[in-house]
Design a protein around this ligand. Sequence first.
Ligand code: NAD
Length: 494
Amino acid sequence: MKTPVKNFIGGKWVGAHSGRTFDSRDPATGEVVGRCVDSGPEDIDEAMKAATEAFEGWRRMPAPRRGEILFRVAERLMRDKETLARTVTREMGKVLAEAKGDVQEAIDMAYYMAAEGRRQFGFVVPSELPDKSALCVREPVGVVGLITPWNFPIAIPSWKTFPALILGNTVVLKPSPETPVTASLFVQVLEECGVPPGVVNLVLGSSPELGAALVRHSNVALISFTGSTATGDQVAMDAAAGHKRVALEMGGKNAILVMDDADLDLAVDGITWSAFGTTGQRCTACSRLLVHREVKERLTRMLLNRMAKLTVGNGLKPGVEIGPLVNHAQLERVQRYIQAGMQEGARLLTGGKALTDGEYARGHFFAPTLFDQVKPTMRIAQEEIFGPVLGVLEVKDLEEAIAVNNSVQYGLSTALYTRDLNRAQRAMRDIRTAIVYINAGTIGSEVHLPFGGMRRTGNGHREAGQAALDTFSEWKAIYVDYSGRLQRAQIDKE
Ligand code: NAD
């Protein structure tokens, strides 16, 4: 990779106006992964100009042609999967197998959206008047601004970019300052697969002001944002001031519910994967374990045994299951939650501390942590921690488990372990999160189903599947009157 890593605007790799750079560092070793240009509002202006100029040509390109480009992107991502995944691991720390999963999500989404080039269904309905037809077609929204986090540095940009492109929108992508190198490799794939100049633009930078400049830009038609709820709130307010459409995917506080009839071995597998995979830094990570009192002691013992065997380390090393936290600020945040848990009376069973010896010394490693005696109102049971920290809450039955599950402000993902069909059906009806798993952990969504959250996790939009098409398009209703006379809807009924 040439340094500094540059912006991609109007089909060219260009520097930033500021002349400044910032470094992206490996959270396992502290090494610089890439030195990147540090952009400001002027660079956003240029990217917006390029995207605006490219819009008309791209909108008019037949959707199946756009689909062919996305198909090539899918094939190319598949070819480069290993290299891309290594950069993901180096830049944000997740273990290599998970980094490959991150790239695979992009591959799946590229194939899915490529096929939408030949589908993208509208509909035809009868008119209430004779000799008149009525149909509905999807229209692109315009230039869309995409603001993405670091925890899925390939998957999330692709989940936004591909549906936007297949529908004829042009894009300005503002990725997280933690993962600019991965973002630039992603955009390079699009360039090399034939996305025309100006259709996708990339602006890198370290300041929160950069995202804000994109949201506030007068020409941006839609903002699709994924990140924390605090930032999402700000984005929503800025977007509202400019009458912008805005789709928000924000924080989560997800739970696994384990009933007394559950297969506990299976549950331990799902809990370990959901709570400690990606070092707990997934929006769908499980950080609350709501366990039936009859099996709580046994399950806790089994879980502690499993946790004692987890290998923490550099995600590039074979056998490592848990990588570092993304940066020092994230490590401090997790430490603050450990303090809060202890102050509020939760019992620390294992972990609770940063790992700093030997090979851990240069990275942001944290021991997988389990709290017991957590109460539903404690901060560690209510707030998103985004680290390898799990709290056990005892419940007396399914009804209490569902009530506690629903008592947080977020509404992303819930899992239930039970062998009782009636309990499973009741949970599917009463759980208030937008994703529900039965006998599987809280993570593992597939690209053809809607993804997103209820309540404070989102604002009613969904990513992925057919739902993504609704986010990135407008409906246009078209009436064609071939009667040759004035026909008045609602009035000319006789
Ligand atoms: P973050 O909110 O700090 O940053 C997200 C993005 O917003 C970054 O690109 C950042 O530079 C940008 N940004 C910061 N301030 C801004 C502003 N004022 N205006 C516009 N943009 C601004 O989040 P993060 O730490 O990168 O990611 C972790 C968060 O993302 C967690 O809360 C996690 O739950 C959430 N997340 C949610 C989903 C989901 O689908 N619901 C998926 C992944 C991550």
